[in-house]
Write a protein that binds this ligand. Structure first.
Ligand code: URA
Length: 235
């Protein structure tokens, strides 16, 4: 059994607050009877839930970009910490999870979906999906540091990091844009350490064809049709 308001969100009827208003107005029926309160428990499958007389079905696969803030952990559930999924409460869709991970102190683009196949394709080490990070560092970024990062630095693993693309920022000497094609644990921080520098601030600004753009920190948006096509999502 599941709360009716949760079920309605998962079916894509609207956000939590929109669903609450719909219920209050008597627009929702369960097996033909109006239900006004979201805390009513209903079976996940088998009940006929209608909005304005139209039966609802599950939203199916859904795709969102979240601008993860620093201080939030990339997990579905955590006993102590606020998670990225706490920020997605209003997003329609069932069994959402983050595809990939950012450190607690890293902010930026995170793909949230319930499409396990896509997540696997994007995260597979063989796929070499480009991820671009904006980093601010403890020391000025030198041309030599960029050259080493572009050659592929030893970060203490069995194999060195694959060659990256490194661009110093024009407007601050302690900043760079780094594009990597892997997703190893603390990868960017370890790469900067390997060239004698230290990451003080880190933000992912793109992943494959997805760009963070001006999405406010802590907010999410659904992927556009164009972005879905670029990711090879067929509907
Ligand atoms: N590299 C890191 O070091 N941290 C992140 O969160 C992402 C990439």
């Amino acid at each position: 059994m599941i709360r009716l308001d949760k079920l309605l969100c998962e079916m894509g009827a609207g956000s939590r607050s929109e669903v609450k208003a719909m219920l209050k107005k008597g627009r929702v029926t369960v097996d033909g009877r109006p239900v006004l309160s979201g805390d009513r428990k209903v079976p996940e499958q088998g009940a006929t839930v209608c909005l304005d007389g139209q039966p609802l079905t599950y939203a199916g696969t859904v795709y969102y970009v979240l601008h993860k803030p620093a201080g939030v952990v990339t997990a579905v559930k955590d006993a102590r910490e606020k998670t990225v999924m706490d920020l997605m409460r209003d997003a329609p869709g069932k069994d959402l999870f983050p595809a990939g991970r950012l450190d607690k102190d890293t902010e930026g683009l995170l793909l949230i979906t319930n499409d396990g196949g896509l997540a696997h394709r994007l995260l597979s080490p063989k796929k070499h999906v480009e991820k671009t990070y904006l980093a601010h560092t403890a020391l000025p970024v030198t041309e030599e540091m960029c050259r080493l990062l572009e050659a592929g630095v030893d970060i203490g693993d069995e194999k060195p990091a694959l060659p990256a693309r490194a661009r110093k920022l024009a407007d601050r000497e302690d900043g760079l844009l780094l594009t990597v094609v892997e997703g190893r644990f603390h990868q960017v921080k370890r790469m900067l350490k390997a060239v004698g520098n230290e990451v003080l601030y880190l933000k992912r600004i793109s992943m494959g064809p997805l760009e963070l753009g001006d999405l406010p920190c802590g907010s999410w948006r659904p992927l556009s049709e164009q972005e879905k096509r670029a990711l090879g999502i067929e509907e």
